[in-house]
Design a protein around this ligand. Structure first.
Ligand code: SF4
Ligand code: SF4
Length: 383
């Protein structure tokens, strides 16, 4: 596989700028050579929530339009889809398509997915996810393009191409996967299994305006000024991590990719079309997840490393914290919590620390951004 990562300057979401940058990024890696007339190409977007494009939580519709144009020029049929958290049905998705601005892509000739069936996947060769349910619209597609958004993420440090494929799991069942794979390394292996099973032929990242701070849904838009494209999503994720000041130690899916020999130690070993250093955002506000403490090889492996890994997982990792003054008492966090760790007291959620598996679903689904990623008490004391 060609692991070159195209990085192209894209300063805004105007038609002229996105058209130039998208074509340059894709053409520099011969990214659409696989497309044949009549082929059905599915674009797996990031539509994590019903959020307007300017909130920078979702793949921007202007970039999607440019990709649709390129695919249509090659004679492809294009289907756009995702399964955000929550209900996976026509009413819910029509609302999300509309708020996220995806209806404009329909005017360019793409179809918005309205097949809300689910299918059972069997993957005996998987590292950990040997069986799973997935959204069956993907079965209609001859090829999948993975189109992610670059954001900070409460649980995974960063949301980018590898994490985006978790959206193949039907929304309502996603929290169960956190419970089934509560260990962050297992969870990352599950995501990599999905990546390998669905094999997107091309991955793209909307890093024109990313999200920093309380991501992936309630952070702040942050201009980065780039579109990235690659056939190798993990190489591209390592490059994106470097752009926002993270290393593979900070991002568990990168750790999983490294364990499988899919990426080098550092981003500077990856071939890129432009210099990573020209795109780095030095003060990008990432979340202090302390994921780097979870990997025993950081402290030399062996029993001591494993002990440290367990300690890190239980008491050093960041945790969700409710900010009552921002809470409207909607109970979405309570309803989504896979560990049933949340109860409501005086209409404010209270998290039972002993039950919490630190999946950050509550933080991701809070419509008001009232749940933040917070350092653990021990980490605050150490700091
Ligand atoms: S309280 Fe939040 S982070 Fe903890 S298990 Fe529940 S949803 Fe996950
Ligand atoms: S989801 Fe957010 S706003 Fe709703 S109850 Fe939970 S913390 Fe409050």
């Amino acid at each position: 596989m060609n692991s070159t990562v195209a990085i192209e300057r894209c300063c805004d979401y105007s038609v002229s700028e996105t058209s130039r940058a998208m074509r340059a990024a894709i053409q520099s890696i011969d990214g659409l050579d696989f497309v044949k007339p009549g082929m059905r190409v599915g674009i797996k977007l990031n539509l994590v929530a019903a959020a307007k494009p300017e909130r920078a939580a979702t793949t921007h519709p202007e970039l999607v339009c440019r990709l649709v144009e390129m695919l249509r020029e090659k004679g492809a049929e294009v289907i756009l889809g995702d399964s955000p958290g929550g209900l996976y049905n026509e009413v819910a998705l029509n609302h999300i398509y509309s708020v996220c601005g995806m209806n404009v892509a329909e005017k360019m000739g793409a179809k918005l997915n309205r097949n809300f069936g689910v299918a059972d996947g069997s993957y005996p060769e998987a590292t950990i996810a040997k069986s799973f349910q997935y959204t069956s619209w993907l079965d209609q597609c001859d090829a999948i393009i993975n189109f992610a958004k670059l954001k900070s993420h409460g649980m995974m440090g960063m949301s980018c191409a590898a994490k985006n494929m978790f959206g193949v799991i039907p929304g309502v069942t996603k929290p169960q996967y956190h419970y089934r794979f509560p260990d962050i390394n297992q969870f990352s292996d599950m995501i990599l299994d999905l990546d390998t099973y669905f094999k997107p032929v091309l991955s793209l990242v909307d890093a024109v305006v990313g999200m920093e701070g309380n991501g992936p849904t309630a952070g702040k838009p942050r201009p980065i000024g780039a579109i990235l494209a690659s056939r190798d999503m993990h190489a591209m994720d390592l490059v994106c991590a470097a752009m926002i000041g993270l290393s593979k130690e900070d991002v568990p899916t990168l750790q999983a990719a490294y364990r499988r020999g899919l990426i080098p130690e550092k981003a500077d070993r990856i071939a890129t079309t432009n210099k990573i250093s020209d795109y780095m955002v030095g003060d990008f506000e990432t979340l202090e997840t302390h994921n780097s403490l979870l990997f025993s090889d950081q402290v030399g492996g062996g029993k001591v490393g494993k002990l440290f890994e367990k300690l890190g997982s239980n008491v050093l990792r960041a945790q969700p914290k409710v900010h009552p003054q921002e809470c409207i008492g909607c109970k979405q966090c309570k309803n989504v919590c896979p560990a049933k760790a949340i109860t409501m007291e005086n209409n404010i959620p209270v998290i039972a620390r002993g039950k919490c598996i630190k999946c950050f679903c509550c933080q991701e689904f809070c419509p008001k951004g009232a749940i933040k990623v917070s350092k653990s008490l021990l980490m605050r004391l150490i700091k």
